[in-house]
Ligand binder design. Structure first.
Ligand code: HEM
Length: 464
């Protein structure tokens, strides 16, 4: 019996989709497919049957109501396993459930609150090297900062010496991963080609940084109350401990997932603010009214409503996890009126759904104020999902939101940043969505609005 398929482009087998994707950039390619063919699109990409979902109701079915049918996709596992092992992002079933339960306490709200001071302190350290006119590569600065923070808060470790090296290793692995997604296969590990040998070298170098941290902690037997101690002390019902390999996989997963995404979210935010001076002025007015001359604290967050809107809007336009990992149904499944065959790949893109005019008026425009009048309650739940959703929602989402807003507030209350090469910013969509070219910017000291002259309410109502 023929399976009725959703509409979609008829690419030349195997390479056709890849060639079409190369003509533009991956995020725009998938956005165009949804705009041309609708909420459910079928196509073949590098030999795989792909179903692309773009309606919030279907996404809810995928991530929440029918989640038990799906596993993480084989292709994602093949590409990412070398780096992330069987850590939280890639594991499935009961094993994933157990590991998620183990890791979750490090992300409870009370625990996260205790990280706020560290986040602001490190923001201060990064800024201490800047004066008016300093030229920086914003993406590198944000990567350093988020790496310092994740290492200190989760592993009680200082990586100020190795942060740039780690950033480069992650970039290498992301680009190799991207190449493998595009070519549709992962070469065997014995093949002596640069893709394989470079990836191996990068993973070994990353292990060379992470493993000594784990080993030192295991040997000291010390309980520092952080995530690393929790991983090392966790025991199964039968009393067995996690293997060193599994501790490594969870630690590397959280280390990488826990900094690169937030770094991208912040980088895009600075780029957008420099291109939208009215929104930037309103942000500054809010920060000056709420903070005056002091750094932000956790207690300030509820008052920083425009800051929150700016960060949300930046992640709407440029969601760092622009594509969720593929899901593979373990049996034929009904979705959106179609039968999706076992082992095909179902994918969904926050980048695509976030730019849908049904939910967001003028969807390509940066308008933080759209979030100020309860928009989130009016749109369907999965019209905006930068952190995914359902049981596999990002475990670090509250951590990331707090971190993003505190860093934004800490930096923007002292400085503004200007692109040194104005003009459109390209995409570097290598697993996560990065700004191309590292985002060279000039630091400018800000002139403050005086708190006495503007109330918080007035500051928040400056029209944009
Ligand atoms: C702005 C920052 C962040 C964004 C946009 C983001 C986005 C996401 C998304 C979309 C997923 C779901 C992927 C999928 O369903 O395929 C995810 C999962 C995950 N994220 Fe994040 N993330 C961020 C920050 C963090 C942080 C700070 C941590 C940890 C410190 C973290 C750790 C993880 C882990 C471990 C998973 C896998 C969860 C599971 O499958 O159980 N992320 N993230």
């Amino acid at each position: 019996m023929a399976i009725q398929r959703p509409p979609g482009p008829n690419f030349f087998p195997y390479i056709g989709g890849v060639i079409a994707m190369k003509r533009t950039n991956p995020p725009s390619f998938f956005l165009n497919l949804a705009r041309t063919y609708g909420d459910v699109v079928w196509y073949q990409l590098a030999g795989t049957d792909v179903y692309q979902l773009s309606h919030p109701d279907h996404i809810q079915e995928l991530l929440v109501s029918n989640i038990h049918v799906y596993h993480k996709g084989d292709m994602d596992k093949r590409v990412l396993r070398q780096t992330l092992g069987n850590g939280l992002v890639l594991s499935d079933g009961d094993f994933w459930k157990r590991q998620r339960k183990l890791v979750a306490p490090a992300f409870h709200s009370k625990r996260i609150e205790s990280y706020a001071e560290t986040m602001v302190d490190f923001a201060g350290k990064v800024m201490s090297g800047w004066t008016d006119g300093t030229r920086i590569e914003m993406h590198r600065e944000m990567t350093r900062l988020t790496l310092y923070i994740v290492s200190k808060t989760l592993y009680d470790t200082d990586v100020t010496e190795s942060a740039d090296g780690i950033g480069e290793l992650v970039t290498t692995l992301a680009h190799i991963g991207n190449q493998q997604y595009t070519q549709g296969f992962v070469p065997p590990s014995w093949l002596p080609i640069p893709q394989v040998t470079e990836a191996r070298r990068a993973v070994q170098a990353l292990n060379g940084i992470i493993m000594p941290i784990i080993e030192a902690r295991r040997q000291s037997g010390e309980d520092r109350g952080d995530l690393l101690s929790m991983l090392l002390q966790s025991q199964d019902e039968d009393g067995s401990q996690m293997t060193d390999q599994q501790v490594r996989d969870e630690a590397v997963t959280l280390f990488l997932a826990g900094h690169e995404t937030t770094s991208n979210a912040l980088s895009w935010t600075w780029a957008l603010l420099s291109q939208h001076p009215e929104a930037e002025a309103r942000l500054h007015a809010e920060l000056d009214a709420v903070l005056g001359d002091r750094p932000p604290t956790f207690a300030d967050l509820p008052k920083l409503t425009f800051t929150d809107a700016v960060f949300k809007e930046a992640m709407r336009l440029y969601p760092p996890a622009w594509a969720l990992t593929g899901r593979q149904p373990q049996e034929d499944v009904q979705l959106a009126g179609y039968t999706i065959p076992k082992n095909s790949v179902v994918i969904t893109f926050p980048y695509v759904v976030h730019r849908d005019a049904r939910w967001f008026e003028n969807p390509d425009a940066f308008r933080p104020e759209r979030w100020l009048d309860g928009l989130e309650k009016r749109i369907p739940k999965y019209a905006y999902f930068p952190f995914g959703g359902g049981p596999r929602v990002c475990v670090g989402n509250q951590f990331a939101l707090m971190e993003g807003k505190l860093i934004l507030a800490a930096l923007a209350s002292r400085y503004q940043f200007r692109l040194t090469e104005p003009g459109p910013i390209g995409f570097d969509a290598a697993i996560t969505l990065r700004p191309q070219g590292g985002l060279p910017m000039r630091v400018e000291t800000r002139v403050k609005h005086h708190a006495a002259e503007t109330t918080i309410e007035e500051a928040q109502q400056i029209p944009v």
